[in-house]
Design a protein around this ligand. Structure first.
Ligand code: GLA
Length: 675
């Protein structure tokens, strides 16, 4: 298993490198990622390449048996390059240029930037072709969101021309007859940047909209799609250069829940997904379920295991520091990632830097180069993983339930969230948490995924829909799968127009309901709901439903539609479709999901009441062995009640009835033979 660190030899005197390499080896580190921000050192002048220092660093590391993931350095372009063409800097929605001084200061669509990128990547790939220490490549670093410069405008027009073929078709799809937005030619197309009716003030007090812009929804959605394609194209340019010289695996480090790019598409050209996980930094603390969900999504991006390319290993932040990871937490976070599909573990960063905006971003060693508690903990994990890697590499999460995340839907909801307090991300998170509290493992993935392995598929608020998607869902349910749909499903076409079909549009047959009307709940108004899950409260949205085949599972208990169905179930072929017509408070949502899981015969890895604060993940190793990973996210002792017999994979001890976990403790329990 790759067990490594992100290392910046260019930040330290050469005399130190050998000490670092030795300390790494002693901590069982066997891989380092290098060079992803070192363009100015690798090409100090236009066309003048210097790989000698990196060669020496790699030699020093490989003398200790450490292998290399090489990053292409394009996320941090040198000043000499940016000075050549100031129009390569990114431009924001307000037309302001984002200048030099940090990183990611470029536009993926700028032709000159693309050529310089191609050249440095080609030089690097050629120089390191067949290098015996290099194991993999990382493209760039954490691709980000959209830009609004002239190069984007030109590329967007070309992208649209390819997509729609004729300007009339585009006008029709976007509905540009509205407010005289009709375009006569591709050259008239605009970017969805600041426009006359846009203003932060229009959002209303405390509203949760993330975009203040009021552009045509078709234009807005297409721009997001375009930007993913443009980024993937820029990434492909680099992949093609590497592939001229190397067949090694190529990755890019994604950012978990980050949703500005469609990660399913971005990852199509990658061999392996990797991602960067900082659960506890100056900007916030992620709940264990949110981190678990991010891991599950990263696994779902390619429906394959992934690598951690940056796993937090110290207190971190830019202007201030987040909490120091407590004893045991680095190990807990490591095993949580492994349990959810990581099969490579690279920690950020080896040593806290003495300069730059990340001088507070601590890693394994402190500023003085001394490894203390965190170093010892990492070394301990390294030792354990030498014994356990066979359980994690190639292992599967044999989940029977999928939660569908759609970036297209997210973008549509973000531009027009139906109700000002509605958030697609928050609703998905609520469904995930509900399953997590019942210890039910989920695959978080896209609707392109083969649904046949699943018993239950949840696709909340899937408002953009195509005939193909509806047909896929119908086939899945007809064959015996069960589907969860919610309010605002099927309300739009794939290009973000409202459908003229009666809601829930293309899902009407599946759901066995039709909307008579709906009610967006505002300014603190709530509606009680009661049914199979007990009582709950809607606070954002209520569909008023007419049953056309479905049966009610819950009714509204207030407002003018009291007594009408709020949640329904419909038999369709061999399967069932649940339609959840309203949002619910967390407790009711959890009970509703509990009811659905019970109906579908889906049990958690351990019973929900087995232990509070402990996450249990059920896995199948590459050799078929079944095991449980128990993760105590609390800093208190925990006792987990177990059914069945297990063997502790580390101690070899037999475990029956219960497992005792220390604060932030982890246990990996192999199912004992014959149970
Ligand atoms: C990201 C980047 C790293 C580093 C860390 C800490 O994940 O990929 O280069 O900057 O954040 O900020």
């Amino acid at each position: 298993m790759k067990f490594g660190v992100d290392y910046y030899p260019e930040h330290w005197p050469e005399e130190r490198w050998a000490i670092d390499a030795r300390l790494m080896k002693e901590a069982r580190i066997n891989v380092v990622r290098l060079a992803e921000f070192a363009w100015a050192k690798l090409e100090p002048e236009d066309g003048v390449f210097d790989f000698a220092w990196l060669d020496r660093a790699i030699d020093t590391l490989s003398r200790e048996g450490i292998r290399i993931i090489l990053g292409t350095p394009t996320a941090a372009a040198p000043k000499w390059l940016m000075d050549k063409r100031p129009d390569m800097y990114p431009v924001d929605e307000h037309g302001l240029t984002k200048g030099f001084g940090t990183r990611r200061h470029y536009c993926v669509n700028h032709p000159v930037y693309r050529e310089y990128s191609r050249r440095i990547v080609r030089a690097m790939a050629e120089h390191y072709r067949d290098h015996p220490a290099v194991d993999a490549w990382q493209i760039d670093n954490e691709f980000g969101g959209a830009c609004y410069c002239q190069s984007d405008l030109e590329a967007f027009r070309e992208w649209l021309a390819l997509r729609y073929g004729s300007i009339d078709k585009l006008n029709e799809e976007w509905g540009t007859v509205f407010w005289s937005q009709t375009y006569r030619d591709w050259d008239e197309i605009i970017l969805p940047a600041y426009a006359a009716s846009d203003g932060f003030s229009q959002n209303g007090g405390g509203a949760r909209m993330t975009t203040p812009f009021n552009h045509n929804p078709g234009l807005q959605l297409d721009y997001q799609r375009f930007f993913t394609d443009a980024t993937a194209d820029y990434q492909r340019l680099q992949i093609d250069e590497i592939r001229r010289f190397s067949e090694l695996p190529i990755t890019h480090n994604l950012m978990g829940h980050f949703s500005e790019l469609d990660y399913y598409k971005l990852a199509e050209d990658l061999d392996v997904v990797s991602w960067d996980n900082y659960p506890n930094n100056m900007w916030g603390k992620s709940s264990p379920a949110s981190v678990a969900m991010a891991h599950d999504l990263m696994r779902g991006v390619k429906n394959r295991n992934f690598w951690m390319m940056e796993q937090q290993s110290g207190p971190c932040g830019w202007h201030a520091m987040g909490d120091t990871p407590e004893p045991g937490q680095l190990r807990l976070w490591t095993y949580q990632a492994l349990a959810h599909g990581a099969e490579g573990m690279v920690y950020f960063r080896w040593r806290a830097c003495l300069f730059g905006i990340e001088q507070y971003w601590h890693g394994i060693l402190d500023h003085d180069g001394i490894g203390r508690r965190r170093y010892r903990e990492i070394a301990g994990i390294g030792e354990e993983l030498e014994k356990l890697s066979g359980l994690f590499v190639g292992a599967a999460n044999p989940n029977r339930t999928a939660l569908i995340k759609s970036y297209d839907n997210e973008w549509s909801h973000r531009a027009q969230p139906h109700n000002l307090r509605f958030s697609y991300g928050a609703l998905l998170d609520q469904y995930y948490r509900a399953a997590a509290r019942r210890q039910v493992g989920l695959d978080v993935t896209g609707i392109h995924t083969d649904l046949s392995p699943y018993k239950l598929v949840m696709m909340p608020v899937f408002n953009l829909v195509t005939e193909e998607i509806a047909a896929k869902c119908e086939a899945f349910v007809a064959r015996g799968g069960s589907l969860v749909l919610t309010f605002r499903s099927g309300t739009r076409t794939w290009n973000n127009r409202m459908t003229e079909k009666t809601f829930p549009g293309l899902f009407r047959k599946l759901a066995g309901v039709e909307l008579e009307e709906f009610d967006s709940l505002n300014f603190g108004r709530t509606v009680p709901v009661a049914g199979v899950f007990g009582e709950g409260t809607a606070a954002q949205w209520c569909d008023v439903l007419k049953l056309t085949g479905a049966e009610p599972l819950a009714d509204y208990a207030g407002h003018y539609y009291a007594g009408t169905p709020a949640v329904t179930v419909n038999r369709f072929g061999q399967g069932r479709v649940y339609y959840v017509g309203c949002d619910l408070d967390d407790a009711a949502a959890e009970r509703l999901l509990g009811y659905i899981l019970e109906q579908e015969g889906i049990a958690g890895a351990i019973p929900p009441q087995a232990a509070a604060g402990v996450e249990a993940v059920s896995r199948r190793a590459a050799d078929g062995r079944r095991y449980l990973v128990l993760l105590n996210h609390a800093n208190t002792d925990a006792l987990v009640k177990l059914q069945g017999r297990y063997v502790d994979a580390l101690s070899g001890e037999a475990i029956c009835d219960q497992a005792a976990l220390s604060p932030y403790g982890v246990q990996i329990l192999l199912e004992a033979e014959g149970v």
